[in-house]
Design a protein around this ligand. Structure first.
Ligand SMILES: Cc1cc2nc3c(=O)[nH]c(=O)nc-3n(C[C@H](O)[C@H](O)[C@H](O)COP(=O)(O)O)c2cc1C
Length: 514
């Protein structure tokens, strides 16, 4: 398989579209008796408990979400408390609730179906409170488990063709996706969810890293087989998705890369039976990078031109003035976040609140797939239902001018209900925020791996929108959608673009109790 053979990404994307007919012709019945475990458990490895009473960062959520820490400058090395804070507020358990299939352990970041298919690992040198090694994070008992002893950062850096942030990081967090844990419900569409759910988790992780005064960025360029081998993954079941180097050390020499043996560590089976979806294995293979040369070449891709013609009447966005911004810390906001289950259609939000959501979430991510500060692969479109100071209608968000351009005016609650897979949430929201991308252009430039990048970027920005909404005591939820109907709704402006992601923002019907 070859990253440049972009028919693979199109085949996967087109083959996993939702339409009015696809969900009626292919109904999916859940086998509750075969529901997968939501944790990866290594029964033979002793846990290293992480500290639980962590000092609060005291950093306001909106700053943490929108102001990353620069990697230029002095040394910054996380300690065990920093790592514990970052892991817990990204993937830790924040609440429990009884449900049809038993107790559900809800986590810090939103995840499709509450199935939590993203696992976290840490590759670290010696830190204060933690010896060098490769560790798996288990949120169930808030602990690390040592998979490999010793400093293997040289192997990781080599797998990224010496990407500067990874090569200088005292510790790097790795995110993987476990197919079956999500595919049990969503079948082959899970590969899209890898990007979405990894993204919402990254929104938390990057914000908490920033609040901990640690530089962190997203790295998607790596030799897949090298990283998977380092983590000893069974790649028919679980695959590496991205790396997030943390901190910066001035040490000039990296440990040499060494041979790593297979570990064959025992893990508890997720279910009695697992179903494999070949479309996802093919998509992953076709977007894998096979050598350091290929990684280097991939990183030197050409910038994406931004080319949307101006649309109609433009409204300037105005973020809440500093003195009116909420002061809640990032930790407080993450603890009270939870996807809204019902919105109150009679309520509206202020333009300044929507502006704050868009402004804080879209300054551009620090990621190796973006070539310039502020670059973004996804375009943002909105259906506005109830925002004070905005006519109800469909809009395009022109980021570089910080304006919303009116595409068509009208009450589109009925259309929004349909587009959001016939769910009331998208009709009752104050605004639905859609991500659409020019996949032709992105795949041309990045190969199939561009598909991973565009999904991950949308999930991360969407995750930031969740947090900025909750910081302002609004509600939010991710939603799935009828792919082509979304493009058609925003066309002709969106002609040729593909629907990638959807977040609805509104006022929750019940008062938030958290
Ligand atoms: C990408 C994404 C898509 C989602 N799609 C839907 C959806 O279509 N319908 C829905 O009711 N909830 C949806 N959710 C919300 C999840 O069900 C929710 O995040 C999960 O149950 C965990 O609960 P929590 O967010 O309250 O912690 C989605 C969440 C994400 C992150």
């Amino acid at each position: 398989m070859n990253n440049r053979d972009i028919q693979a990404a199109w085949k996967y994307h087109d083959g996993t579209k939702h339409s009015y007919w696809s969900i009626r012709n292919r109904p999916n019945f859940l086998d509750w008796a075969n529901r997968p475990l939501s944790f990866k458990i290594y029964p033979t490895i002793e846990p290293l408990p992480l500290p639980r009473d962590l000092p609060q960062t005291g950093v306001a959520a909106l700053s943490a979400i929108s102001e990353p820490v620069s990697s230029v400058g002095g040394e910054s090395v996380p300690n065990l408390q920093d790592l514990a804070r970052i892991l817990h507020f990204s993937a830790g358990i924040t609440k429990r609730r009884a449900s049809q299939g038993g107790e559900v352990y809800f986590r810090a970041a939103a995840c499709t179906g509450a199935l939590y298919e993203i696992e976290l690992y840490v590759v670290t040198g010696d830190l204060k409170g933690l010896d060098a090694g490769i560790y798996h994070f288990n949120p169930a008992d808030l602990s690390l488990r040592l998979l490999r002893e010793g400093d293997l950062r040289g192997n990781l850096a080599r797998a990224t063709a010496l990407q500067p942030a990874v090569a200088h990081a005292p510790a790097t967090i790795l995110c993987t996706g476990t197919y079956w844990r999500n595919a049990w419900k969503y079948q082959a569409r899970t590969y899209r969810h890898f990007g979405w759910d990894n993204g919402t988790l990254l929104a938390n992780l990057l914000s908490v890293s920033a609040a901990s005064r640690l530089p962190a960025e997203i790295v998607l360029g790596f030799v897949d087989a090298e990283v998977n081998r380092l983590l000893d993954l069974d790649t028919r079941r679980e695959v590496s998705l991205c790396l997030v180097p943390h901190g910066r050390t001035s040490a000039s020499s990296l440990p040499a890369s060494i041979e790593v043996p297979a570990l064959g560590l025992e893990t508890i089976p997720l279910s009695e039976r697992q179903v494999e979806y070949p479309a996802m294995l093919e998509m992953h293979d076709a977007s894998s990078l096979e050598s350091e040369e290929e990684v280097l070449h991939w990183r030197r891709k050409q910038p994406i031109p931004s080319a949307s013609a101006p649309a109609g009447e433009a409204v300037r966005l105005q973020r809440l003035p500093k003195e009116e911004q909420p002061k809640d810390t990032i930790e407080q906001v993450i603890l009270r976040r939870g996807s809204s289950r019902t919105f109150d259609q009679t309520e509206s939000t202020k333009l300044s609140q929507l502006s704050t959501i868009l402004d804080c979430s879209t300054p551009g991510l620090l990621a190796d797939f973006l070539d310039s500060p502020g670059a973004q692969l996804n375009d943002v479109y909105l259906i506005v239902h109830a925002v004070q100071g905005l006519k109800p209608g469909a809009y395009f968000f022109r980021r570089e001018r910080n304006t919303l351009e009116l595409l068509k005016e009208g009450d589109f609650r009925a259309q929004a209900y349909h587009l959001g897979l016939e769910q009331r949430l998208s009709a009752d929201a104050c605004a639905d925020i859609f991500f659409l991308a020019d996949l032709n252009c992105i795949l041309e430039r990045y190969g199939n791996r561009g598909y991973r990048a565009v999904q991950l970027e949308a999930g991360t920005i969407g995750g930031k929108m969740y947090l900025t909404a909750y910081a302002q005591r609004l509600g939010a939820t991710g939603l799935t959608f009828f792919d082509d109907d979304v493009t058609n709704f925003f066309s002709p402006h969106a002609e040729g673009k593909s629907a990638i992601f959807l977040v609805a923002i509104g006022k929750p019907l019940k008062r938030m109790q958290r």
